[in-house]
Design a binder for this molecule. Structure first.
Ligand code: ADP
Length: 166
């Protein structure tokens, strides 16, 4: 049985993340989505909220679990008994970052392999940070995120709700 982890900040989960999760779930026996507790970036959603939104988003996938973690991602992989780490690639800058991290992770644990899945064309431009910016500025993001995420974003930005008359 091959287990894989799919780690990330998921602040919040987008349809781009879900596309990768769906495809990885079809490739591996078990996929564990690791919600990183404290990335070095400003977060909008708490760890509990990010885990909760992710759980709702992947509820239809029977071989997928969601867990939060802190510390090294390779340690999380070991704890989950996963030999594969899945990441998504959108553009060349993603590749450079993933390549660097993969080499470091290989130094830390030689047994864990990185598998990168290319983004689907329609999600190439989609990142959680751009999504939040567009939402705050009043853009329609409903086609880019699961329904529960759209609701959670409205709750985070009451001003946007007022503006939209909701
Ligand atoms: P991190 O902070 O670890 O980069 P993210 O939550 O931003 O976490 O992303 C998690 C993973 O999902 C990363 O591998 C990222 O490249 C990938 N990803 C994010 N958005 C997309 C997308 N639109 N299409 C494909 N992969 C994506």
């Amino acid at each position: 049985m091959t287990s894989a982890i799919y780690p990330g900040s998921f602040d919040p989960v987008t349809n781009g993340h879900l596309d990768i999760a769906n495809r990885a779930a079809a490739l591996f026996d078990e996929l564990i989505i690791g919600v990183y507790d404290r990335p070095s970036k400003h977060l909008l959603f708490s760890t509990g909220e990010r885990v909760d939104l992710m759980k709702k988003a992947v509820a239809h996938l029977r071989n997928v679990r969601v867990a939060s973690y802190n510390g090294l991602t390779v340690d999380f992989a070991r704890k989950m008994k996963a030999k594969v780490m899945v990441r998504g690639l959108r553009m060349s800058s993603d590749f450079e970052r993933e390549f660097e991290m993969a080499l470091m992770n290989k130094k830390l644990d030689h047994d864990i392999e990185l598998v990168c899945l290319m983004t689907s064309l329609e999600f190439q431009f989609l990142s959680s940070s751009l999504l939040k910016e567009v939402f705050e500025l009043g853009g329609d993001i409903s086609a880019l995120v699961p329904k529960d995420v759209a609701i959670a974003l409205k709750e985070k930005f009451p001003e946007t709700r007022k503006r939209d008359g909701k």
